[in-house]
Design a protein around this ligand. Structure first.
Ligand code: SF4
Length: 215
């Protein structure tokens, strides 16, 4: 099983290494704070909206102190394109406050410390660890959860369960790129509804579990 998973990941990584990376992955060329804030902005929205909002926000402020100085109404306007802008503005302000009060304005490198900040969940914490600090973390989003279940690698109900099972099956060398590869594969071929199984590069090894209709 592990051998087959490695081979499949190699095929997908090779294909998707040529694609433009998702917004949060791209933010890793900046500092950990930008990775964290971009990830918070990306929740439940499209990549282009995340990028627009992040770019706009970082034109106004680049540190927790600077973000806290922005009045909430103005912050909502700045990040409007990311959707759920009222809630996101509230979360971002709270996270910035916590970073300043408890971590001297730095984004923590420990998972338990990240998770101790209200508004930062498992996925966001793992994204910061993997993309900002290059640690062995496995960020699981909806694509990372759906696709391995469809292929038949795992049988899980929640992203948390998926993370645990995949950590046992997936060799560590694939962890860092796994999230990016699955997002791109899930957007282009193994889509949530009617996946394009007829042109899928890994169709021979996929059990297509739960796939009722495909193209
Ligand atoms: S064969 Fe279909 S269900 Fe399986 S990975 Fe490919 S697109 Fe997804």
């Amino acid at each position: 099983m592990k051998r087959e998973i490695s081979k499949t990941m190699e095929i997908l990584e090779k294909i998707y290494s040529r694609y433009e990376k998702p917004a949060v992955r791209k933010s890793s060329k900046y500092d950990p704070f930008r990775v964290l804030i971009t990830c918070l902005l990306s929740l439940r929205t499209k990549d282009e909206n995340t990028e627009k909002a992040a770019k706009n926000l970082f034109l106004h402020a680049k540190t927790p102190e600077e973000i806290l100085k922005i009045p909430t109404k103005k912050l909502e306007k700045i990040i409007y394109s990311s959707g759920f802008y009222k809630r996101k503005a509230r979360i971002i302000k709270h996270v910035c406050k916590e970073l300043l009060e408890r971590f001297k304005g730095k984004v923590p490198e420990k998972k338990e410390e990240l998770l101790s900040i209200k508004g930062i969940g498992q996925k966001t914490a793992n994204i910061v660890l993997a993309f900002a600090y290059g640690k062995d973390a496995l960020p699981i989003d909806t694509h990372c959860h759906r696709i391995p279940n469809r292929i038949g690698w795992i049988k899980t109900k929640t992203p948390e369960e998926t993370e645990k099972k995949l950590k046992k099956l997936l060799p560590k060398r694939f962890w860092r790129e796994f999230n990016t590869t699955m997002i791109l594969f899930g957007r282009t071929i193994c889509t949530p509804i009617s996946p394009k199984c007829s042109i899928c590069p890994i169709r021979r090894v996929c059990k297509r579990i739960g796939v009722k209709k495909s193209r």
